[in-house]
Design a protein around this ligand. Structure first.
Ligand code: GTP
Ligand code: MG
Length: 576
């Protein structure tokens, strides 16, 4: 039976006709790109345009990383509801689970994944260009009329995420032809000829030599409607913790799929990162996905409608099972990232006669995300910090507004601080709204007294800091050698910018995923696929919110030996 069109799951099934276009305004005004936009720093070294930087999670607060992104619009908090742990790649019908809202998950395989979840695996490699931004020289921005969107590129290794990111920056004038020629030469020297576009995003030696992103690359560009921050996540399973960090800062996701024969299949197999990334992104609050079917130019694909439809048809049920509303939250479109086709300009009919949908840029400009509340109490989880004639913290504003001169508090250490200056990309601004990724210089606290995971917040209504909390967990697939989930289970908790070791200290309730009924007896242990309410204890105090109060700061993942074993939402804070 034919899979329904992605825009209307319930629609009668006719041949996969039209594509996503309906949600986008194909007649939207054309885009005017501002090549002088944001953070292009002409004085930066040629091989690292200043619009790019990369970052991995700032744990251990070792060193600084680059500035984070932000946004203004976001959808209503998207719950973490959970769905069946066993997601079939076929006709996946999502069994909505225990939650009012949705989310879910399928199990991820790969017990052999060598990633250590130790904090040290998340060390910061700061390749940021922050030193290129003297705070004094930046211009004042009075009117910021553009909304801002953080876009994370996710998907299986080698799907083309960095290539697309590089192409976007090239097409928007952030990278010049000469630099591209240099990248071409460098890529050739490394026998990686076709990787030259990816070199725009992959800035360090290891990434370029191996052709694999390790740290989350960051780039900025703008259209006439929006300012964008690109977060180019690594696809390799070893670097999932870095991907989590990138996705947790994003408003929308671009799920990159390689249409090349065999590559889509590998990425979509159980254990493939297409699945894990899509699920994690949803759990981390990414409510909208642009599914970019890439490498359409590849000889095994040659812009085949059948291949595009096949991918859409196979992915839709899976995405639904992850909690995405495929009618409203997902757009599919074909592109060639390497050749920049159907990105800024529409693909020509001679190349792809069947495509009537949007270009990549149109889709980015049109995607709707719900507004955040600029009047809510201020919350900015700190993803990193560094010293630069004072203490500078980096992060994305999750709610509220910050102004130069504001008095705020750093939690959980309750340090009262004053905002000295606010940097958005390369620009110093007086005020910034929710969704913005900023570097904020503060006085009143030493840089060494701040850790990644701390939260800059309002003094009147500070965020809670706890050592224990209750949470509803959807257990995914447990490790083969730790197949029993019980009190004493230890894992690594990822919640906003926090990465912290934790222990399950009590199983409080078990919930039937189908009926949503709470079992009468307290469970002693559960297995893969279960839904439980548990009490969790962390080693060091962390700042979280109840999911119902503030979804973005109350949803989390538990990882164990490099594998995501559960997703959860905070239901109750145990306050002293
Ligand atoms: P990781 O960072 O390792 O997860 O990979 P990635 O998704 O960033 O992939 P990357 O951009 O490094 O590209 C991987 C390979 O795919 C490179 O050889 C690219 O040239 C190639 N590639 C990317 N996009 C396209 C495309 O549109 N067409 C073709 N033919 N090849 C592409
Ligand atoms: Mg990459």
């Amino acid at each position: 039976m034919a899979e329904p069109d992605s825009w209307d799951d319930d629609a009668p099934q006719i041949t996969p006709p039209t594509h996503p276009q309906s949600r986008l305004n194909a007649n939207a005004p054309s885009f005017s790109f501002n090549p002088n936009a944001v953070s292009f720093n002409p004085s930066a070294p040629v091989f690292t345009p200043s619009c790019i930087s990369s970052q991995s999670v700032g744990l251990n607060n070792q060193s600084p990383a680059p500035p984070p992104p932000e946004t203004i619009v976001i959808e209503s908090p998207d719950p973490i509801s959970i769905v069946s742990a066993d997601v079939s790649p076929q006709e996946g019908s999502a069994e909505p689970m225990v939650d009012d809202k949705q989310d879910n998950h399928s199990p991820f395989e790969d017990p052999t994944d060598p990633v250590s979840d130790s904090l040290s695996s998340l060390s910061v490699h700061d390749t940021s260009d922050k030193k290129d931004y003297p705070m004094e020289d930046v211009e004042e921005d009075e009117e910021d009329t553009l909304s801002h969107l953080n876009v994370v590129f996710i998907g299986h290794v080698d799907a083309g995420k960095s290539t697309i990111g590089g192409q976007v920056l090239f097409l928007t004038g952030q990278v010049d032809e000469r630099s591209i020629q240099k990248y071409e030469r460098e890529a050739k020297e490394k026998n990686r000829d076709s990787w030259y576009m990816a070199y725009i995003m992959d800035t360090n030696e290891e990434e370029r030599a191996k052709g694999k992103t390790v740290e989350v690359g960051r780039g900025h560009f703008e259209t006439s409607k929006r300012r964008f921050t690109i977060l180019d996540a690594p696809g390799h399973k070893n670097y999932v913790p870095n991907m989590i960090s990138g996705a947790s800062q994003a408003d929308i996701g671009v799920l990159v799929i390689s249409a090349r024969k065999g590559e889509f299949e590998t990425g979509f197999e159980r254990g493939g990162q297409t699945r894990e990334h899509a699920q994690l992104a949803k759990t981390l609050g990414v409510s909208k996905l642009l599914v970019v079917v890439n490498k359409m130019d590849e000889p095994s694909v040659n812009w085949s409608k059948e291949r595009f439809d096949e991918i859409e048809k196979k992915l839709n049920p899976f995405l639904r099972s992850c909690g995405y509303n495929v009618k409203k939250d997902v757009i599919f479109l074909p592109i060639s990232g390497l050749h920049g086709i159907n990105m800024k300009e529409k693909v020509s009919k001679s190349v792809c006669p069947w495509w009537d949908g949007p270009t990549f840029f149109q889709a980015l400009d049109e995607v709707q995300v719900p507004p955040r509340d600029p009047a809510a109490p201020f919350r900015m989880p700190i993803i990193d910090k560094y010293r630069d004639m004072g203490t500078v913290v980096m992060g994305k504003i999750e709610s509220g507004t910050v102004r130069r001169g504001d008095s705020l508090m750093v939690m959980p250490n309750k340090a009262q601080v004053k905002v000295i200056s606010i940097l958005r990309d390369a620009d110093e601004v007086r005020t910034a709204k929710p969704g913005e990724n900023l570097r904020i210089k503060i006085s009143g606290v030493e840089e060494e007294d701040i850790l990644a995971g701390f939260v800059l917040c309002s003094i009147e209504k500070p965020i809670a800091a706890v050592r224990e909390f209750d949470a509803q967990l959807q257990i995914l697939e447990l490790l083969d050698h730790k197949a029993i989930f019980t009190a004493g289970y230890k894992a690594v908790l990822h919640v906003h910018s926090v990465v912290e070791e934790c222990e399950i200290i009590e199983l409080l309730q078990q919930i039937d995923p189908k009926t949503k009924k709470v079992a009468k007896k307290k469970p002693l242990f559960v297995k893969s696929g279960a839904v439980v309410v548990v009490r969790i204890q962390v080693v060091d105090i962390i700042c979280v919110e109840r999911f119902d109060d503030f979804a973005q700061l109350g949803r989390f993942t538990l990882r164990d030996e490099g594998k995501t074993v559960a997703i959860g939402k905070v239901t109750n804070l145990v306050l002293d």
